[in-house]
Design a protein around this ligand. Structure first.
Ligand code: BF8
Ligand code: SF4
Length: 635
């Protein structure tokens, strides 16, 4: 099977094979055939009377030892996946809230408030008074409210309820899925899925939606607070793919999710003393900071830091032989990085107390010593540089330019250049007249089960040709950046005439001397809420709810439990959501039917699973067409 569509990644796979270094694809091959029970969601290990399995063909056992049936198995499994995803985004968000609180109290000098406008905007949205108040005072109240989101309250989660349409809130109340905390739905899901609690698949699925809406709140909170502390992304030109690593520089890759450490490393990497130290160590180009995965996206959209690679291909950054330090925080970090790093001089550095890896060096990050830790990390990288083995250097030359940094604010600002009085009007007019047929948000990962980027490339070409405006986050963004779809050339080559005209009008107004890029990079996975913000603004302006908009989502190469949580809130938000791989639910017809069809009657959104990217694009186009018809627009 083809492993990747990317030449640079392929050359690193070949190099690793030559050196006898196993990568993710080799470990996957060693797992085949994977367990059919697990694939279908038909195994349960929730108590010690198990593990239990249900025979998918109906010959063997149809119930676990306790009597749970296939529907309960599958619904419980999905619920726990969403709970894990929510716990991850919740952990990330809580971390941000702690630092904002410290910052507001003057206890975190390394974290000043960099975006006062965003602070005031968020404060106003969540009902904090801003008139006549100073930054620290507002920040303190916002941070206190943020902290309060994590425990159980008797009011809806602020960061969810204030960030969706009124209609959505009513729908969520109607079906009893309003989260009143970020952590409590996670705990509740663990409770209701333990031995002998909830056995009703539909009840479990509604609990899953509630948990996913807590995930939405957590993601939104993380994005808002990151913008307040580090700045709201604005368009910036940068590069992506392994060719951003430099032979003549000390290369430091930042990998994981939370910008708390990575942003500070970027700031400190400009320290002239450290740059001089790198040069003195024999690296004439000084320090070269690059990103991997969502931490990479965070610093890419805020500071234009180039993205080396992402997701499934993360190990290949080490195989270049020039990665001096690989600094990780948490989530989506393969433990295998340690064994690959062992074959090279690369220093793998873990930084979070909850995310250590055997074989890595742990340099604990604490907010009161952020800059100090960042300096120490950079010095460690400089030291490692001197141990490079020249025989092992193989840097692929491929890079693509990428125009990134399209926060909701940046999108509105760009539109305001076309119509200052009413920025959303040009977007809505063009949706109405069909120049923009609809909007598709690409999110999620790259998986070892699909040739890397293949689905993204095929789908984006088909959708853009039919004038669908493309937004992207997370490793979907990584794929499009690496493959050259975040360029003006991509717009010229692949956009349909209507879309091209709109992107060109906005790009020219923005002084880009040409169109906006074909794919708008909105940020990391928590930043999917930026896309939701745009959709909510459009819905409010049109006076319809989200479940009627010609907006769809797709995770064509999904991997993680976080992606399952995000997909679930997208569905609850009313978006038809495509997955390129089925999660482990196919063992239950009931659950599968609820997720792909019944849920539509409740929330308007639903899941579609289609592995073939061409067919998936057609499916999304047909969905957009029926949404358009529903609004009385030309299909
Ligand atoms: O949160 S897209 S592989 S890096 S889970 Fe992970 Fe998937 Fe990438 Fe970002 Ni999102
Ligand atoms: Fe088996 Fe029930 Fe225990 Fe699951 S909870 S392992 S189905 S006995």
């Amino acid at each position: 099977m083809e492993k990747t569509t990317d030449r640079a990644t392929q050359s690193m796979i070949d190099e690793a094979e030559k050196r006898g270094i196993p990568l993710v694809w080799d470990r996957f091959a060693a797992q085949l055939p994977q367990c059919g029970f697990g694939e279908l969601g038909l195994c349960c290990r929730h108590c010690m009377q198990g593990p239990c399995r249900i025979d998918p063909f109906g010959d063997g056992p149809q119930r676990g030892v306790c009597g749970a049936d296939r529907d309960t198995f599958v619904a419980r499994g999905l619920g726990r996946a969403v709970a894990a995803g929510t716990a991850s985004h919740g952990g990330h968000a809580r971390h941000m809230a702690h630092i904002l609180l410290k910052s507001a109290k003057g206890q975190a000098p390394d974290y000043p408030i960099r975006d006062e406008a965003k602070l005031r905007q968020v404060a106003t949205r969540i009902g904090v008074a801003v008139e006549g108040r100073g930054t620290a005072e507002i920040a303190l109240e916002v941070a206190q409210l943020a902290m309060a989101e994590f425990s159980e309250k008797d009011t809806p989660l602020l960061w969810a309820a204030t960030a969706v349409t009124k209609g959505r809130v009513e729908t969520f109340i109607k079906y009893g899925v309003v989260p009143t905390g970020i952590d409590s739905p996670v705990a509740e899901m663990m409770h209701r899925t333990t031995y002998g609690v909830d056995a009703d698949p539909v009840n479990l699925l509604l609990g899953t939606v509630k948990c996913a809406l807590a995930d939405f709140g957590a993601c939104h909170l993380a994005t808002d607070l990151a913008d307040i502390l580090f700045g709201t992304p604005q368009p910036v030109v940068t590069k992506a793919n392994l060719g951003v690593l430099k032979k003549d520089a000390v290369n430091i890759a930042l990998h994981g999710h939370n910008p708390l450490l990575s942003d500070v490393v970027v700031q400190v990497s400009e320290d002239l003393e450290l740059v001089a130290a790198a040069k003195k160590a024999g690296a004439p180009a000084g320090l070269n900071v690059v990103g991997i995965c969502c931490t990479g996206n965070e610093i890419m959209v805020r500071h234009g830091i180039p993205l080396a690679t992402s997701s499934v291909s993360q190990e290949t950054a080490i195989v270049t032989g020039v990665l001096d330090a690989l600094v990780v925080d948490y989530q989506c970090i393969m433990p295998a990085l340690a064994s690959v790093a062992e074959c090279y001089h690369t220093k793998l550095i873990t930084t979070m107390p909850i995310a250590k890896i055997p074989g890595a060096t742990h340099m604990e990050f604490t907010p009161d010593k952020a800059r100090e830790t960042a300096r120490e990390i950079i010095r460690t990288a400089i030291e490692a540089f001197s141990r490079r083995d020249p025989d092992k250097i193989r840097i692929p030359q491929e890079t693509n330019a990428a125009i990134v940094g399209f926060s909701a604010e940046a999108v509105v600002a760009a539109l305001a250049l076309v119509n200052p009085e009413d920025p959303l009007k040009p977007l809505i007019d063009n949706i109405v007249n069909g120049n923009i047929y609809g909007i598709c948000l690409f999110a999620g990962c790259n998986t070892v089960k699909i040739a890397q980027d293949a689905n993204y490339i095929e789908m984006v070409k088909r959708l853009a040709a039919k004038n669908v405006l493309i937004l992207a986050t997370g490793c979907a963004s990584g794929a499009f950046a690496r493959q050259g779809f975040m360029t003006q050339e991509a717009t010229r080559s692949y956009a349909g005439d209507g879309l091209k005209a709109v992107l060109t009008a906005i790009g020219e107004a923005a002084g880009l001397a040409g169109p906006l890029p074909l794919v708008l990079h909105m940020g990391s996975c928590v930043d999917n809420t930026r896309a939701a913000d745009v959709a909510v603004a459009v819905a409010n302006k049109l006076g319809v709810d989200l479940d009627r908009l010609p907006v769809v989502a797709s995770a064509p190469e999904p991997v993680t439990e976080k992606a399952v949580a995000i997909g679930t809130w997208a569905v609850a938000a009313g978006l038809p959501t495509h997955l390129g791989l089925a999660p482990p639910v196919l063992g239950s017809k009931t659950v599968t039917t609820v997720l792909t069809s019944t849920v539509k009657d409740l929330f308007g959104g639903y899941f579609m699973v289609e592995p073939d990217p061409g067919k998936a694009a057609d499916l999304l186009l047909a969905t957009l067409s029926s949404r358009r018809t529903g609004l009385g627009l030309s299909a």
